[in-house]
Design a protein around this ligand. Structure first.
Ligand SMILES: C=C(O[C@@H]1C=C(C(=O)O)C=C[C@H]1O)C(=O)O
Length: 259
């Protein structure tokens, strides 16, 4: 029994609910800064228009093009070999560099979970119209690059649910085991949900959006309640999309945890 415990500890020592939550907290900064950067530009809707792009040999929009090409470049440097990274594109080139020896913390079924199609649809159809103003300023490439930054940050955060789920499973394998064997989504959702943590997350991201998005001035007074992104919108983003999708990843992972 003791040996078993020691052996499992030696592979899990860097992963606890505390360290995993710390990472999620740090990733909030990345997401909020990403949104602030995107909000500098108006909607620039031609970036999403397939008929506008007309790139020779490529049928998609400007944003699809920048995502495809950037992910291909990053794939060559092994980006998607990290268990924390998930591409939006299919058919990426293989890595050209020596593989890092990533710790085998997750169950191998994690490799089959990628909800980026869903994240893509939500980002462009629901979030972008909330965070940007109507209009065109011609900064199409910067706009598309900025969308990619936001998508990557959201995707990483949401798929981090795999790590959250693994930690929670290891903390209570019996409770989760029953629900997994029954393939009971609702029971899993109940087990992994912490309402009080979710309330804290929503309040914290709202406060961060106020701090990061304020006008900084050397005169007294500083920010007069004008923020670069609406803090209540950031809170809503988390409550309606980011946390539910993170929980979806957790459920999807747990359902396969005993395969
Ligand atoms: C990520 C966790 O699991 C759930 C999802 C949360 C989130 O996405 O922030 C917060 C609390 C939990 O309901 C967690 O427990 O930290």
């Amino acid at each position: 029994k003791f040996m078993e415990k020691a052996a499992s500890n030696s592979t899990t020592n860097e992963w606890t609910l505390g360290t995993v939550r710390d990472s999620l907290i740090r990733q909030e900064d990345t997401i909020i800064f990403g949104l602030i950067e995107r909000a500098k530009f108006p909607m620039n809707s031609v970036v999403y228009d397939q008929s506008f792009a007309r790139i020779p040999g490529f049928g998609g929009s400007l944003v699809q093009y920048i995502v495809q090409e950037t992910e291909a470049l990053h794939a060559k440097l092994g980006r998607y070999e990290s268990p924390e990274e998930h591409p939006f594109s299919d058919n990426l080139p293989p890595s050209l560099i020596r593989s890092h020896n990533y710790s085998q913390f997750l169950h191998p079924a994690a490799n089959n979970i990628n909800i980026n199609k869903k994240i893509w649809d939500i980002y462009f159809n629901q979030l972008l119209p909330l965070f940007t103003v109507e209009g065109e300023d011609g900064n199409y490439a910067s706009t598309a690059a900025s969308d990619l930054e936001c998508l990557q940050a959201l995707s990483r955060r949401i798929h981090y649910g795999k790590f959250v789920a693994e930690v929670k499973y290891r903390d209570a394998p019996k409770d989760y085991g029953h629900a997994i064997q029954a393939q009971d989504r609702d029971a899993l959702m109940k087990l992994l949900t912490f309402k009080s943590v979710e309330e804290m997350v929503k309040k914290r991201v709202e406060k961060k959006a106020m701090l990061f998005g304020q006008e900084v001035s050397l005169e007294n007074g500083g920010s007069k309640g004008k923020y670069k992104v609406d803090p209540s919108l950031v809170s809503r983003l988390y409550g309606e999309w980011v946390m539910p999708l993170t929980k979806l990843v957790q459920v999807e992972y747990l359902l396969r945890r005993l395969d």
